[in-house]
Design a protein. Structure first.
Lengths: 300, 300
């Protein structure tokens, strides 16, 4: 990779699209991923190897991975929930994988159909194989700032699950504000709690949703704390199943605009991101959810 | 006023509505202002005494001020551009007024039809009378972070116009990101330059537009600098005439959500703001531009 100050980890093709209702063909997904790589994105989460019945939008994951134009220097992680997903990941030649759990027990049961401990057990063989095979691995720690069922989540719960994920072998943790409720003070509170448990910024990525307009402010607070990896979704796709009409993932174009204003190198071209955002917006048949997608960059 | 950590200065009825195309009747405007006061807002900029031909949306300013239900403890500032506006302000019994200029010479000429110096001369009699009458006064310093014609604006230009406004007698400066381009670093740069010229946080308010999604982050950066007054517009009304479809003023509901998360007292009730936002959205016949307007508060 070229030298960057901040890594932008693109989650649009997986986390963004899995929450969109309009069915999208594999050709369009592959074109979207190519446009993202054209824009300079070097980490693009491509799809999820969950059960096709669980997330019909990503039922084409095997075909997508088989046809993926893997460019040198670009990482294409794929979400792998369990041993069955692992078989498919091996067959697809995966080299970077993600697992997913939550800080909230109730959210885990509702969203994954199992407890947090059961989810860790489910992907233990995935991480074991990844360790042997030398794959890059990431663990999503969702609902770290709030749960749609339980409300506020204690930072001790976040730290506990973070420690278990790291013990299970993940290289990086993505700390998720799944329902978009955090403010900058929450970011400081949770990151400092993780640091207090010996988990440093080099292991941490932040995954913000812009549901209540705080995502960019949260990135800014995390930058001040030395966090240097952020998840985002080109076009602001994703939505939130708990708040119809609400904004979804932090849009990559909004993140890029902030980082440009802050003078931080990230290797991504805003116009390229806007082109990919326009493509996915056209494909989905709805306006862009991002501010910069609507207003454009500046100076123009 | 009740004890607050942060003042929320509501600009919806003036700055918000003046950029909206749909004509709104004076009854609806008065109802909107009442709903804002119901929500706990204690500074509500009511209208502008500009020429009715310049801003037809606010041509009803005299009638609005005559009929305004002035509640105890609520300040209802009105924008007064010149000696003619001053006559109208006196006739309306105004006690709090605002004047408006820019950091960018080209913006001033395009937007006000005169140079910055000419604008200061135009409202000099307004501030002179206000001083004699003991009115509260505020000076808007627009395009402090960027100009649609000139591009980036030097902080020296901001400081220079700020000093002239204070010398002319304004009590408070509202430093405006008129086209919504600033990031947190810009906020720090401009506020520190003002501080360096001896202008303290007690004289400063920040006026952010959310055109590129940075407004909440900019508020957070300004809070860290000790700024304690922010302008916002309930419902996120305002738009930007230079970017069709783009977001306008920072929405009051998004600001309130942030301040609540940060544990800062402001005296404003989020549900009350959302009720006022829903009212103005219905009146304008378009969806709310704010994130919290769409998603709601949290915990719900």
């Amino acid at each position: 990779m070229t030298q960057v100050d901040v890594r932008i980890y693109e989650v649009g093709p997986r986390d963004g699209l899995q929450n969109e209702r309009a069915a999208i063909g594999v050709d369009a997904k592959l074109q979207f991923i190519d446009l993202l790589a054209d824009a300079g994105l070097r980490e693009i989460e491509a799809t999820s190897l969950v059960s096709p019945t669980a997330i019909p939008q990503l039922a084409d994951a095997d075909e997508l991975l088989a046809r993926l134009n893997r460019r040198p220097g670009v990482r294409y992680p794929v979400l792998v929930p369990n041993a069955r997903g692992l078989e498919r990941a091996v067959a697809a030649g995966a080299e970077a994988i993600c697992v997913f759990t939550a800080a909230s027990e109730t959210f885990s049961r509702h969203n994954l159909g199992m407890s947090i401990s059961e989810s860790l057990a489910a992907f233990a063989p995935v991480l074991a194989h990844a360790g042997e095979a030398g794959w890059w691995t990431r663990g999503y720690l969702s609902t770290a700032f709030g749960c749609p069922y339980e409300g506020p989540v204690a930072e001790a719960a976040v730290v506990s699950v973070a420690e278990r994920l790291l013990a299970a072998g993940v290289d990086e943790l993505s700390i998720g504000d799944t329902i978009g409720v955090a403010g900058p003070s929450d970011v400081r509170r949770v990151v400092r709690a993780l640091n207090g448990a010996g988990i440093g910024q080099d292991r941490l990525a932040m995954h913000f949703h812009d549901t209540r307009g705080t995502a960019v402010a949260n990135v800014s607070a995390a930058l001040d704390l030395g966090i240097r990896c952020f998840d985002s979704s080109t076009g602001g796709t994703g939505g939130c199943p708990y708040a119809p009409g609400a904004a979804g993932n932090l849009a990559t174009e909004d993140l890029v605009y902030l980082l440009d204003r802050e003078g931080l190198r990230h290797g991504v071209d805003l116009d390229g991101v806007l082109a990919a955002a326009a493509f996915i917006s056209d494909t989905l048949g709805r306006p862009l959810a991002s501010k910069v997608g609507q207003a454009g960059g500046w100076p123009a």
